[in-house]
Design a protein around this ligand. Structure first.
Ligand code: ZN
Length: 515
């Protein structure tokens, strides 16, 4: 069901609410709502899982029966150029098709029985047009060969629906490469969708195509991500799509978008694509842009629930103990990202820190990500990570009273306030572009305003009944969970001789203590 703000707080919410009531600013309220609803991945699981309830099954049934809710955009396919696949009808020809999937061009074609000399003949046919020394994993090729001699009659290489290379033998037996004219066109789409339990069905229900979340994430980069879209929120979107032969090919970019949180009192976020004399990229209402190349929040959009504090009264141990990190409140399972590029230094349990990942950055700073519920798949010590690369998921392992990320920064062996790294630092609109931006923004605002807000889908029969992903109230951050907490020493990291970073995350969660 839709999360409601105000007096209808669950026991868990009440516990959370009590602790920070004094700070109950608008920001905190939004934060609580974020915490109160499962993140997208979990919602998807809820919808798909066996416990997914009648509602999930109904949705699936609707989707299968060509649901009236899925408004596929009307598109008219245009007549296209000759394609190699047409030779499949010719009995004197054998055709084969495959995706590159990490193989070299030569290996991929040889795997389909194309003789070496013919592979070189194909490469020569594309001389000056395209080299095949760097192939994308998803690139697809189709080859047509004479059944008896294996001489190549035609060949096609497809990078995307709009970028296709083709070579066809002419009457003289000459193989020459060309780029197919796929009648590429661009068109703006303006629509809105309501975020339900599953984000994919949310955008599909208004006729948006796969790939739309990628361009939305680009536009929101450094601010928030589609992963953190909460159930009950709405998105209004103006995007530029590209078609090939009249059919959808890909989204090129977002032109403007609005994200409205579920809470009607919450502030909507608007993002605008803008190119001025100096400014370029995505800006918010005030003409601000995240500073690319800088430090990023490890949990975008999550509020700081406890600051770095060298003289803090420890909420669990009841004595003065420094809080050597910054806490971000977020539900279990929320993705945690590297704040900056670096090399993974530690992956494993580390006493009070619980499941910990640390990353050593080029400038001598090491960051730590504590209390994780899970690690990013495949992550290990010594591995390079980029800024904003997934390292794990929020949890409450180790000495912790509820799900949150305890984020630390260390230089020369000493902890310092990670917030001084200016996470998600911003650039302001250069003076020379301010007037033009204001004008562009006004025009885009009018267009966003004109998109009707979507209605929430009809409520299921028992909206509050099935919430299998919600933890039981007792586990949601009460001190009771602490009794099991302090484990001493690592219990089995990948390399037994390695020692976990000492004292990296001695924790708390003071924001969830009762009043
Ligand atoms: Zn902490």
């Amino acid at each position: 069901g839709r999360p409601s703000a105000g007096p209808h707080l669950s026991p868990r919410m009440t516990a959370v609410f009590g602790g920070i009531f004094g700070l109950a600013t608008l920001t905190s309220l939004i934060a609580l709502l974020i915490q109160g609803v499962p993140v997208r991945d979990e919602r998807a699981l809820v919808a798909a899982g066996p416990a997914g309830s009648a509602a999930g099954a109904e949705d699936a049934a609707k989707a299968a029966s060509g649901a009236p809710e899925v408004k596929a955009k009307k598109r008219t396919p245009l007549p296209g150029p000759w394609r190699v696949s047409e030779l499949a009808k010719d009995p004197s020809v054998i055709t084969a098709s495959d995706v590159m999937d990490r193989r070299s061009f030569i290996v991929a074609l040889a795997d389909k029985g194309v003789p070496k000399a013919q592979i070189y003949r194909i490469m020569k046919a594309f001389d000056g047009l395209r080299k095949f020394d760097r192939c994308g994993r998803k690139d697809r090729f189709t080859v047509a060969m004479d059944r008896s001699t294996r001489r190549v009659r035609a060949f096609e290489y497809e990078v995307s629906a709009s970028e296709i290379y083709q070579a066809r033998e002419d009457a003289a037996g000459l193989l020459a490469g060309t780029t197919l004219d796929m009648k590429i066109a661009e068109e703006e789409v303006a629509t809105a969708f309501y975020v339900g339990k599953d984000l994919t069905s949310a955008y599909q229900s208004v006729g948006l195509e796969p790939g739309v979340l990628d361009v939305i994430d680009d536009a929101l980069s450094g601010r928030m991500s589609t992963e953190s879209f909460e159930e009950g929120s709405t998105v209004r979107l103006i995007a530029l799509e590209e078609t090939a032969l009249g059919m959808f090919s890909r989204y090129k970019k977002v032109i403007a978008l609005e994200y409205r949180p579920a809470d009607p009192a919450g502030k909507a976020v608007r993002i605008y694509d803008f190119k001025g004399q100096e400014a370029r990229g995505y800006f918010d209402e005030r003409g601000r842009q995240p500073y690319a190349g800088g430090w990023r929040s490890p949990v975008p959009g999550a509020p700081v629930t406890s600051k770095f504090n060298p003289k803090r009264m420890h909420p669990v141990l009841k004595k003065i103990m420094p809080h050597n990190g910054t806490d971000f409140g977020a539900p279990t399972g929320t993705p945690v990202y590297a704040a900056y590029r670096g090399v993974v230094d530690w992956v494993g349990p580390a006493g009070p820190s619980g499941n910990l990942v640390t990353v050593a950055h080029p400038n001598g700073i090491t960051t730590g990500y504590a209390h994780l519920s899970r690690y990013a798949p495949g992550i290990k010590s010594g591995m390079k990570v980029g800024t904003h690369q997934l390292v794990g998921y929020v949890g409450s392992t180790g000495r912790s009273t509820g799900p949150h990320l305890h984020f630390t920064a260390k230089k020369d062996g000493k902890y310092f306030d990670a917030e001084t790294l200016q996470l998600d630092g911003e650039r302001v609109m250069p003076g020379v572009d301010r007037a033009a931006f204001a004008e562009a923004k006004e025009a885009l605002d009018k267009r966003l305003d004109a998109i009707p807000l979507p209605e929430p889908p009809p409520e299921p029969v028992k909206p509050e009944a099935a919430e299998p992903s919600a933890p039981p109230p007792a586990a949601a951050g009460s001190d009771a969970t602490v009794s099991t907490a302090p484990q001493v020493g690592p219990s089995g990291p990948a390399e037994p001789e390695a020692q976990p970073p000492e004292g990296a995350g001695d924790d708390e969660g003071e924001f969830i203590q009762g009043p």
